[in-house]
Design a protein around this ligand. Sequence first.
Ligand code: ZN
Length: 250
Amino acid sequence: MVNAIPAAVELIKKARHAVAFSGAGISTASGIPDFRSPESGLWERYSPGEVASYQAFKQTPSHFYDWIRPLFLRAQEAEPNPAHRSLAALQDMGYLQEIITQNIDGLQQKAGAKDVIELHGSASTATCPNCRTQYSTDEIMALYIQKQSIPHCSLCRSVIKPDVVLFDELLPENAWHEANTAVEKADLVIVVGSSLSVYPANMLPAAAHRNGAKIIINSLAPTENDGIADVLLREGCEFVLPQIVAILES
Ligand code: ZN
């Protein structure tokens, strides 16, 4: 483990097409909880099945909005941390192509990254499920936070749904297609802050590995795919990634 960072740097230097795959762990240093995790503190009042599903959103939108409000407030206030900025820096230096993320917080883009593929949607927009009119989340959440009023579509009066993928929803088709295309081209996948436990997103690094890509996993906790990693980095990504960038810059 002593030489893990230099080994990761060597793989990054050799790669022709590197793709990053990030999960909740990259944003915890920015104060964003993993909304799918029981440890997030978001499940104290409601269980996931009660609120974080499309069915629950349709049945009791007030519970859904009660639940999602703290998450949105935190996402709005959060700032990118050194891990987000390091991935953006690797892109700028030409060492990294696409960034596939399971996060909905937009922090990777806020750090200046390009080609971010959001597998679980985005907290920044919301869409009317009926007529597909799109709204900015700031607009609809401001109304909700000030007046506790559930946001309705101005065209068809349906309840508007934030563009985040809920437990019983499929991944957005475009994002899933783009992520698979990126992974097919990749000869290196850098997994950052994901436990690789959420299906089907977690299949992507394994698919890259089967295609012969090298795999770097940077996660504090063991992941379900540690067995396929060429390099394992067991420290917080907000500490590890800046060190990698510093070596590549020197
Ligand atoms: Zn509508």
